[in-house]
Design a protein. Structure first.
Length: 221
């Protein structure tokens, strides 16, 4: 079984689009009807995120961590217990393409690090977008790490010790732990997702905060 794990904190507005894109990716013909299970890990939600997920008949798990590393780790643990051989991770404010999951699996590596595209720059100035474009390199061999676009085999994930209980940068530390464990990692620009650039971001020190920091001319891009 292939598992998709999505942490969500008060994501009722974005979650439906995310789930629909995941359901389409799960039905890709090259997966040859291998079962794909989608888990929405609802972390301290007080909106209608649970109802949105239930409308689409995906798995849900509720917790009160307010810690994305802990929530991703809980989701992974639950799906490993259900027999997952591959763990794919994205975020609730993200849309994946139809071939997203199939592409991750077909590379045949222990892990896949893809890239992101911003769906809407309207909350940011042209200056921010220009600085972002100047420093982001969506090419094969890149070294960008995004929890919104990450896949890892169950065996490699367990060998590396899984996600750490960190409120930010849990994805970076997982990849570092995978590298130390000898895992093979595909750094590809072919596997890309579209994500939000909203200023009202859910995770401190994550992608949204990075974009906001670019408005400061003195910050490092």
């Amino acid at each position: 079984m292939i598992a998709i794990i999505v942490p969500a904190h008060n994501e009722e507005l974005a979650l439906e689009g995310c789930i629909k894109s995941l359901l389409a990716a799960a039905a890709h013909q090259s997966l040859a009807n291998e079962p794909v299970e989608i888990l929405i890990a609802l972390d301290d939600c007080n909106d209608d995120s649970l109802l949105v997920a239930q409308r689409h008949n995906v798995l849900t798990h509720t917790c009160n961590n307010r810690n994305v590393g802990m929530t991703r780790a809980e989701g992974a643990r639950l799906m490993l217990q259900r027999g997952a051989r591959w763990l794919a991770f994205t975020d609730a404010d993200t849309l994946v393409p139809h071939s997203w999951l199939a592409d991750q699996v077909r590379f045949g590596t222990d892990a896949v690090c893809g890239v992101v595209e911003v769906m809407d720059w309207s909350e940011h100035s042209d200056f921010v977008r220009e600085r972002y474009d100047a420093h982001y390199t969506p090419v094969d061999g890149h070294r960008h790490i995004h929890g919104a676009n990450l896949g890892v085999s169950a065996a490699a994930y367990l060998k590396a010790g899984g996600f750490r209980a960190l409120a930010a940068h849990e994805d970076v530390y997982l990849i570092e732990d995978l590298e130390r464990s000898g895992a093979t990692i595909m750094w590809t620009a072919a596997n890309r997702v579209t994500t939000s650039a909203r200023k009202n971001c859910r995770c401190r020190e994550g992608f949204g905060d990075y974009l906001k920091s670019l408005a400061n001319p003195l910050s490092v891009g």
